[in-house]
Structure formats: C-alpha cells, structure tokens
Design a protein around this ligand. Structure first.
Ligand code: B12
Ligand code: SF4
Length: 512
C-alpha cells in the first residue's frame, strides 16, 4: 500500500534583493492547483535571508513528496543549485524538480546534475499534479523508490542515469486556471513595492505567451509563437482582488505583450478603466502605433502610465534581420502618441548584431537621440544582442516537436552551450543571458556603449527612481548636459562618480 501523500515545498531561489521582490507568480500559479488537494508551503528566497535553512527545516518537520524550484536563467541558477544540493545531501530520497524558463530553454543542462530528478518544461500546473501522482506511486513521501515519469508530458527526467525527454505539454487557456492563492504569502506588504506608479505596486500576468517570433527572444522557444489570451473578466477580478484585499494602488502587468491587437485590447482597457489603478506593461511599437485616437484616449483613461516597448534597433534592416516585424517609423509614432497621452515609453534596444556591430550601434545611438527629442521623458534600456537559442526548426520537422529540437550550440561559430547548471553560473554565461555582453563586441565598442549609457542616464535621470530627491536628479542633469549637447560621451568619469554618490536607480538591472 502507498503511504499517504506528503506535503510539497515550492521554492523561489533568490534572484533579486528584498526591495525588488515581487509576488512570486510562478509559485502562486502552482499553489493554485494544489489548493484543497494537497498540503504545500512556499519559500521565497527573495525575502528569506536563509532560504536553504528554511527549506531544510520544513523537510525536518515532515517527510515531503516533492521539492519544486522555479529557476530563471542567469542569477537564479546559483541559489537554486545551493538549495537543491543541500536537500539532496540531507534528504537523499526526496524528489527534486526544477521548472520555469531555465529548465524549459535548457532542459538537458538543467537535469544534468545529481540534485535534479526532473525538469518541467513549459506550463507547470498539470505537469506538477501528474508528477506528484507518480511520486506517490513510487513510495513517497521521503522514502521513494526511483521515480518513473514515463509518459508524463512536459517532463525531462533521468531513467537509470540516462536523460529522457517526454513529449511537450500543450499550453492551456489561462482562464481555465484557479485564482492565485496570494493569502498564502501571509503579509504581502514586502511584495507591494513603492514604485514610480504607486506606493503599493502589485503584479499580474493575464495572457500567456506571445504570437511573434523575434529571433532573439526566449519567449519564442517557450511558447512557439502562440498567445493564449485571457478574458477581461478574469483580469479585472485579479486586479480588484489585489486592490481590495491586499491594498495595491498600482499594477505591473507581466504579460509578454499586453496589447495583442487593438480589437482584443479595447475590452481590456474598458475593464481597467473600472479598476482605476495606474499600470505598467510590455507592448510592441506596431500595435500601439496602429491604435486609433479613440483607443489611445481609452488607454490613457484606463490608467496606462508606462509601457516597456521593444524598439530593438534604429534601422529597418536590423529589425528585419531580427524578425521583429516592426518599422522604425512605428517607434517614432509611438513616441509621439505617448507624449500626447502622458504615457512614458520605456524603449528597449538590443545593440550590435554580429553582422555589423559598429555601424548598427552608432545608428541606434543616433536613433535614441531622436526619440529623446520627441519625448524627453522616454526611458531607454540598452541591452546587447545575445539571442536566446531558439528551437532548431529543421530538426523539429525531422524529429517531431520534442525537446531534441532545442539547440545545444550557439551562434555562427556554433559555440557549445553549457552542459550543466554549474557551467551556467559562470560569469560569461550570466552576462550572456542578462544581455550584458556578447562575444563579438570589441572592447572599444563595449566602452562606447557604456559611456553613452552613462551620459544618457545622467542627462535624463529615470523617472522610476522614486527615492532620489529632485535636487539629486537636477545635479546629475546639470553635470551631463554639456556632454549630451556636444555629443561628447568618452570616459565620463565625473558622471560615474556622481552617479555612484547619488545612487541613481538602474531600471535595466532592477526592473520597475
Ligand atoms: C518578473 C520577472 C523577473 C523579475 C523576478 C521577480 C521578482 N522581482 O521577484 C526580475 C526583474 C528580477 C527578473 C530578472 C530577469 N529576468 Co525575468 N522575467 C520576469 C517576468 C516579467 C515574469 C515572470 C513571471 O512571474 N511569470 C509568470 C509565471 C506564472 O510564469 P512562469 O514563471 O513561466 O511559470 C510557469 C512555468 O514556467 C512553470 N514553472 C515555473 N517554475 C516552476 C517550478 C516547478 C517546480 C514547476 C513544476 C513548474 C514551474 O509553471 C508556471 C505556471 O505554468 C518574465 C516574463 C514573463 N511574462 O514570464 C521575465 C523573464 C522570465 N525574464 C527573463 C530574463 C532573461 C531575466 C534576466 C535573467 C535577464 C533580463 N535581462 O531580463 C533577469 C535577471 C536580471 C538580473 N540582473 O538579475 C526572460 C526569460 C527568457 C530568456 N530570455 O531567457 C523573460 C521571459 C523575459 C523575456 N521576455 O526575455 N525577471
Ligand atoms: S520580443 Fe516581445 S514581441 Fe518579440 S517574441 Fe519576444 S515577447 Fe514577443
């Protein structure tokens, strides 16, 4: 007879400082499907200074059926390794599963570690339930035999040490999932941050995926160019719950592309007008540029204050090469529309594709100056072009849509991607996933971009820094203005020193 099912522990390893912590949506989405079915607890390393100790204490108290960790590529992999290795060491029989973008994009590397039994690719809700059923069959909690996950869709696991990829699990419409059990977090105040938008900013993701296929973007590999829209009713209910039950006075939407089309956006905007909260979201230049004046007016009334817009490059040629599907004129048009509507656009760029880094970078810097002339308050985020490896479509056609179609090598020179979680923690790979560096950039070009970004950040201090007093911003502006006017960006040592002393927020690394 199988023993009774044990509790589940869901863990968000540290990815940012406590002041930047936001509601851990990945864990809450999983908790939602466990509610009423299974005992579970959440541990958030962003707030808990000793997440490993807390996890071990939970496991000490009761034999668990599973420890599940959510892992994003980059800075979260190291803390995920530390927690998983400590669990494996003290409780060798408790199954450990990783889910989220890191294992979904790099499943072979993620499972290639003694402290990971299974990785969950893509959507986690149904896969987690099936995984738990298998763990129970295997004799969990705590004293399981080997896990047998054959046939569990969306899982990559190890059978007798060999990596096995089960078929992909299709994504389900977001409206079919239960509401997030936010009250499970206890006091949510630490998650409702003071931002440019409000004193208590909540977060929500309404739709899933993105139907575009920009060649650099990890969302393409995760969702295969599909959007699953959420109805306005569910979104409004979630926003009102954040407002009325938890005291949120502003919202940050995490949808990869909040405005899918004008037609689908109008009912969403109408619903948000009823909620009456200022909000931030991700958007595309072509969609926003195509909105009618009426829809722009509705967007303004709905509370849209800031939109993070993937401008990406300053030439149509570069945009075509990235399969972005937008035109630079649309970015200018959005800057004008935002300016008229009092919306602050946060334009992000991916600088220096491998074909023409020097020319493309100079062109983009000029483009940024033109945008600043149209809308001086617009924010600019400069990343390096380090495309997330996409699925190999030829291989997918040949072998079927399985995980083998993920690339294990990268770029024209076919550089091998890391083969273990540990290798992914090396600085060069963390910089790579954070778009902070690319192998083909020369030291001169790196410095040029760094210097430009410093002058830009000081000449136009970010409105997102709600802590910095206005005298600090005025001082930075004054110091940087001659350089910006004369286009002298080289070695701005005085600005770097001033920025350090004044401690201006960096939206690029911290988010809103
Ligand atoms: C919030 C967020 C952050 C926050 C983290 C939260 C916080 N502050 O507490 C911050 C700002 C720190 C952050 C940082 C980074 N992020 Co981020 N982030 C997001 C964002 C906007 C939302 C994540 C989220 O909550 N999603 C909602 C949940 C419900 O979805 P989910 O996580 O996918 O979870 C589902 C499944 O994956 C699965 N699942 C997840 N975990 C687990 C665990 C188990 C056990 C199981 C079974 C299943 C499972 O089940 C869930 C339900 O189906 C996403 C975009 C997006 N919309 O997802 C980008 C995103 C995930 N980030 C991304 C990246 C790359 C980063 C960075 C590493 C780099 C960068 N430049 O952005 C940085 C690190 C920067 C640094 N210097 O530290 C990429 C990942 C893809 C890629 N290109 O590799 C995304 C997709 C953005 C993008 N479009 O490129 N990020
Ligand atoms: S960059 Fe934006 S629009 Fe393009 S695929 Fe990614 S999420 Fe979609």
């Amino acid at each position: 007879m199988s023993p009774s099912p044990g509790p589940v522990l869901l863990v968000n390893p540290r990815i940012c400082s406590p002041k930047n912590a936001r509601l851990p949506l990945s864990l809450l989405a999983l908790g939602a499907v466990l509610e009423g079915k299974r005992e579970y607890a959440l541990v958030d390393g962003n707030l808990d200074p000793d997440a490993t100790g807390t996890v071990l204490a939970h496991l000490d108290r009761a034999p668990h059926s599973l420890v599940g960790l959510t892992v994003m590529p980059g800075p979260q992999v190291g803390p995920a390794i530390a927690i998983s290795a400590a669990v494996r060491d003290r409780f060798p029989n408790v199954p450990i599963a990783w889910g989220g973008y890191f294992p979904s994009l790099y499943p072979e590397a993620a499972v290639n570690a003694p402290y990971v039994d299974a990785v969950v690719r893509g959507a986690g809700e149904e896969t987690l339930l099936e995984l738990l059923a298998r763990a129970d069959d295997g004799g969990a909690p705590g004293g399981r035999g080997p896990l047998d996950l054959s046939g569990v869709r969306g899982v990559t696991w190890k059978r007798d040490g060999a990596i096995v990829h089960e078929a992909d699990r299709p994504w389900r419409e977001p409206d079919g999932f239960p509401p997030l059990p936010i009250e499970r977090l206890g006091d949510v105040s630490p998650y409702l941050a003071r931002t440019f938008l409000g004193r208590r900013t909540g977060v929500h993701q309404a739709a899933l995926g993105c139907r575009y296929r920009c060649s650099f973007c990890g969302v393409v590999s995760m969702f295969g160019g599909k959007t699953l829209l959420s109805g306005p009713a569910r979104m409004l209910a979630a926003v009102e719950a954040l407002r009325d039950r938890h005291g949120a006075d502003a919202i940050q939407f995490y949808d990869n592309n909040f405005f899918d089309s004008e037609e689908s956006s109008v009912p969403v905007l109408e619903a948000l007008s009823r909620a009456g909260l200022p909000y931030w979201c991700y958007a595309r230049p072509d969609t926003l540029a195509g909105f009618s004046s009426r829809t722009w007016e509705l967007a303004r009334r709905s509370g849209l204050r800031m939109a993070y817009i993937g401008a990406e490059a300053g030439s149509d040629r570069a945009l075509r090469a990235m399969h972005k599907g937008t035109k630079v004129e649309q970015t200018f048009e959005v800057a004008r529309r935002c300016s008229e509507s009092g919306v602050i656009p946060e334009f992000s760029f991916v600088l220096g594709g491998p074909e023409d880094p020097e020319g493309e970078v100079e062109n983009t810097l000029l483009f940024v100056r033109k945008l600043k002339a149209i809308h001086p308050e617009c924010e600019v985020i400069l990343y390096f072009y380090t495309p997330t490896p996409q699925r190999d479509s030829e291989r997918a056609r040949r072998d079927g849509p399985g995980v083998r179609a993920f690339r294990t090598a990268y770029g024209a020179q076919e550089v091998d991607l890391p083969a273990t979680p540990e290798e992914w923690t090396e600085k060069r790979w963390v910089d790579f996933v954070c778009h902070q560096d690319a192998p083909w950039l020369t030291p001169r070009l790196r410095k040029r971009i760094h210097d430009f970004a410093t002058v830009l950040a000081c000449r136009f201090p970010t409105v997102q820094d709600a802590r910095l007093p206005s005298w600090g911003k005025a001082a930075l502006r004054g110091l940087a203005s001659w350089r910006w006017a004369a286009r002298v960006y080289g070695s701005p040592l005085e600005l770097e020193a001033a920025r350090r002393a004044i401690r201006l927020k960096d939206p690029q690394s911290e988010g809103l």
